[in-house]
Design a protein around this ligand. Sequence first.
Ligand SMILES: Cc1cc2nc3c(=O)[nH]c(=O)nc-3n(C[C@H](O)[C@H](O)[C@H](O)COP(=O)(O)O)c2cc1C
Length: 413
Amino acid sequence: MAGKGFTVNKNWDNPVEYPMPEGVRVPAELRIGNGPNPILVTPATVLAPMAGVTDTGFRRFIRHASTFTAEAAVASDEQAVAEVDATITNQQSGCGLLMTEFTSADGLSRMRESKRKRYLTFYDDEHPIGAQLFGSNAETLADAARIVEGTGFDTVDLNLGCPAKRVVGCNGGSGLLRDLPKIAEIFRTVRKAVTIPFTVKFRLGWNDSQIICVELARIAESEGLNALALHARTREQGYSGQARWEWIAAVKDAVKIPVIGNGDIRTPEDAAAMVARTHCDAVMIGRAAPANPWIFRQIAQYTATGRYELPTAQDRYHLIRAYFKMLLDDAAASQSLPRDARHGETAGKMKQFATWFTHGVPGGAKLRAAIYQARKGAEVLEQVDHFFQAQLTNPSDEPIEELTFPEDTLVCD
Ligand SMILES: Cc1cc2nc3c(=O)[nH]c(=O)nc-3n(C[C@H](O)[C@H](O)[C@H](O)COP(=O)(O)O)c2cc1C
């Protein structure tokens, strides 16, 4: 593992082409939790927790971008569309469950109420939503889980995958993968503390000689957890190499509680292929969401009709403009930070999103360069308007770049 952050062997750029499984699609529903009121995740798709990305603004943006209506479907099969429409329209989104960024349990228990509110902010239209915690002390995690439950989240999730040194350094995240008895103690203590569904997101193990995901899954089930999400890489892999879906299948074989598969889903075909190959109960998508915010809608279309729409340049313009406008409005409305800090933070978020999103835009490098020059959010929006208006009146024939991730965008998982 060299230098700052994790080296990425750009497998993201050389995706594996999975043979298209006949008839296998992402399930229409996932139930998390026992008893009379399980959390219904419809469809069975999850926005992965991403620190620095999946805050309330981005989560609502994705839920909005995923809205699916009958007209949008490449309607070739009325019956299939009607079925999907009946399923989706109620929930108005192709993204079944939203996850927060990870939050430190230690930090949460020490935080003043006002700051806690900021970290755990969510809106009614974000349900069902899960809050993710990290830490290594069972009692502190139990306290933090009670705060999450008291705040109204639908599920509480434990992070056992973050590879970042500062988290592993305090034995949190993937650092705990080397201590199964400790994990069992945490599971037991948090399970006793809350009644909402309790889930865990983890990796295969610390490294190739310590792959413990099947054992961990069995412990989680025996301690009363309600679902598992597996990012099928070891801590040592970071984001390099391919996600090893065969381990998702192995975990699925080992337990009865729902298993959510995660790692390298870039397209609706990948999502269906993961279900076909692993029999997982749901799919979780991370990096493809900011790069292609329509991914959840496309999965819903693909599930219904075997086809899906690709966004036009106009669609891309409208979407980036809508999101940036939302960020600016939120910044103007919020009082949580001094004005300049708010503007700085907003411009930072816009630039980060542009890093991912513009990779799908012809001439995206030019847009990125212009956006990086901008100091304030309003200037970023000006650059976007300027670029797309030129683009729409005189379409560029520049090739669409492959998606690459600058190392410092990868903080934790
Ligand atoms: C910028 C970034 C931040 C992340 N933060 C978290 C996090 O807070 N908690 C977590 O469990 N995983 C985190 N992850 C990992 C993702 O949730 C996901 O497991 C990983 O990206 C693999 O899925 P993908 O191939 O669909 O991106 C993060 C990933 C990225 C790229």
